[in-house]
Write a protein that binds this ligand. Structure first.
Ligand code: F0G
Length: 482
């Protein structure tokens, strides 16, 4: 894909696959979309998927499988213990990451539960480039404290830095020095750093992080859920690795880490998760927890069919022409929106295109949830659903105060191999219309606010009749179009 030059000069991503199984989509008229959004309490998590045209909520468990993955599912070995499917997956992981031990788990957060229970003691610290919601929750539940030591560039919405997911080495060393290495449970690096816009770290950076970990004798844990995007970015952005194969890059990265875990809902185009390591002591410590929480060691809560699909999906992840599809689509979408003046996170990362709601709807105060309001408005305008990543996703403190998020983002995830370029063009068109009419978008207020993880089930309503006004304007501009 990346090697293709176009005669016309126009640059666009070209799919290196063809579609052979399809799912029918509906695009409801805007009046019905407004009704659906209201019924869902202005929360995109509460929409029924049958009412959604482009499901850009997440890339988790919704990536398209290949024909090879589907056919592998037919030869899965269902035996409770010693399944051949497990042996195949374990040897694929060894082939790719060079790891001897594999612990299966039902998804990424289950791995986080096991790693945290094994390594985090009350009062210990886990420095990391950036947290992910479920990661932090598991570390906190076990009494640990998360300290983010990302570079300052990482948390800027707009930057020219190509590796915004990099760890700040000085900050990391200071945290270890100031607290004493015995207080550090482990250091965590997250590939394709999710909450800051799917931003990668460089291979050079993780090598330096590993040197620090070795110096202080603390384990380095890699969250490889979004590894595919990160591998692609190392290949195309890091000069020293442009002539290395994806397999070589992966092996070198794996060699830096003591433990690697992943959500196979993201990595490997399947559903499940796993922990791999070469450290026998750590393996034995975590093994008991797999049988306690997940299932027997040779399936760990995963369906064997998904495990077979994962084995093939991991192999496909080693193909640059496969893993560059999502980042290239995201880059196209981001660049087209920039041309139209729409504020987005830059540079484009993996995972999805991120709209900067703080600028998009700068007239909406943060306590009226600008990113949540934008998510609601975009669904009404287009039938596409994204995910709020801002103040709504934050939790109140013990006194009930609401912390305001550093960034107000609307994440529009790009599930791998799922959308066509014309669908992406459609959503770009509707976002552009919405941006032209941004003054019509108003805030939201809670009508039902759950105590924990309020963004999942919380219900909100518009602070005025702005949604009806938006529908009116849409009808004026688009006549009877859907
Ligand atoms: N780590 C990262 C970096 C993730 O993005 C996720 C999930 C997890 C761990 C947890 O994995 O869902 O399989 O338990 N991210 C999803 C998302 C939920 O939509 O970004 P899981």
């Amino acid at each position: 894909m990346s090697n293709i030059k176009f005669f016309s000069g126009e640059e666009f991503p070209l799919e290196m696959h063809k579609v052979r199984i399809v799912q029918k989509l509906e695009l409801l008229p805007i009046e019905e979309r407004l009704e659906c959004m209201k019924k869902a309490g202005n929360n995109t998590f509460l929409l029924n998927n049958r009412d959604v045209f482009m499901d850009m909520l997440t890339d988790s468990g919704v990536n398209a499988m290949s024909d090879r993955q589907q056919s592998a599912m037919l030869v899965a070995d269902d035996s409770y213990a010693g399944s051949e499917t497990f042996v195949r997956l374990k040897s694929k992981l060894k082939e790719i990451f060079g790891t001897e031990y594999f612990l299966p788990a039902h998804q990424g957060r289950a791995c986080e539960n096991i790693i945290s229970q094994a390594l985090v003691k009350p009062g210990t610290i886990v420095p990391m480039n950036y947290h992910f919601t479920t990661t932090k929750a598991h570390i906190n539940v076990n009494g640990g404290i998360v300290i983010e030591t990302i570079t300052d560039e990482g948390i800027k919405v707009n930057s020219y830095n190509q590796f915004k997911g990099n760890m700040d080495l000085q900050k990391l060393e200071e945290v270890i020095e100031n607290n004493g290495s015995e207080k550090i449970a482990f250091v965590r690096m997250e590939a394709g750093t999710n909450l800051i816009g799917g931003q990668p770290f460089s291979l050079e950076n993780i090598r330096e992080v590993n040197k620090i970990c070795k110096k202080y004798n603390v384990p380095l844990v890699l969250d490889a859920s979004l590894l595919a995007d990160n591998l692609h970015f190392i290949k195309v952005r890091e000069d020293a690795y442009k002539d290395k194969s994806i397999r070589e890059i992966t092996m070198e990265m794996a060699n830096q880490c003591d433990i690697i875990y992943f959500s196979a809902r993201k990595l490997g185009f399947a559903r499940g998760g796993g922990i791999i390591t070469n450290n026998e002591d750590l393996y034995l410590k975590m093994r008991e927890l797999v049988t306690l929480y997940e299932g027997f060691l040779t399936y760990g809560g995963m369906s064997v069919r998904e495990m077979e699909a994962l084995t093939v999906g991991l192999d496909e992840t080693m193909d640059e022409n496969v893993i560059n599809q999502a980042p290239q689509f995201i880059s196209y979408m981001t660049e087209e929106l920039i041309k139209r003046g729409v504020p987005v996170v830059t540079p484009a990362g993996g995972l999805g295109c991120h709209l900067d709601a703080m600028k998009f709807v700068d007239h909406i105060p943060q306590n009226q949830y600008p990113a949540g309001a934008l998510a609601s408005a975009l669904y009404i305008a287009s039938g596409a659903r994204g995910m709020e990543r801002g103040t709504l996703s934050e939790a109140r403190d013990e006194d009930g105060n609401e912390p305001l998020a550093n960034m107000e983002l609307l994440r529009l995830a790009m599930p791998r191999r799922v959308f066509t370029l014309s669908q992406v063009k459609y959503v770009i068109d509707r976002i552009t219309w919405l941006y032209e009419n941004r003054h019509l978008i108003g805030g939201l207020k809670f009508v039902e606010e759950p105590k924990t993880l309020r963004f999942f089930f919380g219900r909100l309503e518009a602070v005025s009749d702005w949604q009806e006004e938006l529908v009116k304007k849409f009808r004026q501009d688009f006549a009877d179009s859907l």
